[in-house]
Design a protein around this ligand. Structure first.
Ligand SMILES: Cc1ncc(COP(=O)(O)O)c(C=O)c1O
Length: 390
């Protein structure tokens, strides 16, 4: 064999049957070969286990999918290159021209844009309601045959709690599927409810490090099988390296989520008593309108706190620029604390009526609490609030 040939056919490494690595090695590999053409064809058709081409499946990616399905207590999972991609592909994969989708004003902006823009272009209609409007939901489902009810809890950005039992019961009674974007609640919550599909941005809590992007849809096998061929044709698969970084990140997920929730509770209680702040929204606060519902539905309440600065829009700029420990950036769930000023919170696609329904005010700020020392975080917030409320 000439060296030019050798470098394209590196030596095989045989692993003894009784000697395993503790972590699954990263399958940084696109193509798999089989001894016979027939076996390759059977793998590609899904008739036997094995791998064929990494856009279809990859062991590192598959390990992450199985882990997420187990955490969320469902049969199957497909991961994708970003959370927004999981949202878009799930919405597109489940609907066809003439279908009707219900979603909620308080939810994530790009999801709204996909439903109101992209799906509408393909003849899918929609109704947008407030997540608090259960009577409106019942009226809509009774008068319009609905394919899908899409919701979040807690909602991003405003941290409202959806009544999951009521929403899923109404949807089921009227023959509609339910999908929850469960990103803020995490992978371990809400699995006991009668929800058909769970969608996640993996970019937040999977690693907490803000180093990789990804998304997931998790559901019973029949629904994932329905979505799979479209997902594969869109080609927005997660790569093996990102998947293995996420599998590693999930090892510390519970410790991070619980500590961040405990710190967020302390910060929310601190802000609630600060004269510069009003309408502090954190599901764990006893003062919340849906505190009892939140306690029934959730074990931990997450890292996100939303509140309004009494001093309004411009004060939000000064407040967030004065923070030393909070990065001024979107996203949440990372080990560093983050702050979104009102300038980043105003949805561009809302009418004044939509905006009023969304509960986003001119001074609304969103914080995500990380793993820093809680006294350091409170001291930083105190000094920044003093700059606008001496
Ligand atoms: C609730 C929610 N869903 C989906 C997404 C989209 O995720 P990604 O940024 O991974 O595309 C986000 C991102 O902020 C989000 O907050």
């Amino acid at each position: 064999m000439k060296d030019e040939t050798r470098v394209n056919h590196p030596p095989a490494i045989e692993l003894p049957d009784d000697n395993y690595p503790l972590n699954l090695p990263i399958f940084q590999n696109v193509k798999w070969e089989t001894e016979t053409v027939l076996e390759g064809e059977r793998i590609a058709r899904g008739e036997r286990p094995g791998f064929f081409y990494s856009r279809l499946s990859n062991p590192s990616v598959r390990q992450l999918e199985l882990m997420l399905a187990q955490l969320q207590r469902r049969d199957e999972c497909m991961v994708t290159a970003s959370g927004v991609n999981a949202v878009a592909q799930t919405l597109i994969g489940l609907t066809r021209a003439g279908d009707h989708v219900v979603f909620f004003t308080e939810g994530y902006g790009p999801t709204r844009q996909i439903i109101r823009g992209m799906l509408a272009r393909f003849g899918v209609t929609h109704s947008m309601l407030s997540i608090d409007d259960l009577a409106g939901l019942e009226r809509t489902l009774s008068t319009r045959k609905t394919r899908l009810v899409w919701f979040e809890s807690p909602t991003n950005p405003i941290n409202k709690i959806a009544d999951i039992e009521a929403i899923t019961r109404l949807a089921r009674a009227h023959g509609a599927l339910t999908a929850i974007d469960n990103t803020a609640a995490g992978f371990h919550q809400h699995g006991e409810f009668d929800i058909d599909l769970f969608v996640h941005s993996l970019t937040k809590f999977a690693t907490g490090a803000g180093d990789v992007m990804g998304g997931a849809v998790i559901a019973r096998r029949e629904l994932i099988d329905q979505l799979r061929s479209d997902f594969r044709l869109f080609g927005a698969h997660l790569d093996a390296l990102s998947a293995s970084i996420m599998v590693r990140g999930l090892k510390t997920y519970f410790v991070r989520y619980r500590q961040q929730s405990a710190s967020a509770q302390t910060v929310a209680e601190f802000l609630e008593h600060h004269p510069a702040c009003t309408r502090v929204r954190y599901p764990g606060l006893a003062s919340q309108p849906k505190a009892e519902l939140a306690r029934r539905q959730m074990r931990e309440f997450g890292s996100v706190i939303c509140f309004d600065l009494v001093a309004g829009y411009e004060a939000g700029r000064k407040f967030t620029e004065s923070l030393q420990l909070f990065a001024r950036t979107p996203s949440f769930g990372s080990t560093e604390s983050l702050a979104m000023p009102p300038q980043m919170m105003q949805p561009k696609d809302f009418s004044p009526e939509d905006l009023a329904l969304s509960s986003i005010g001119p001074g609304t700020v969103r914080l995500s609490i990380g793993l820093e020392d809680i006294e350091d975080l409170k001291a930083d917030l105190t000094q920044a609030l003093e700059t606008i409320h001496p």
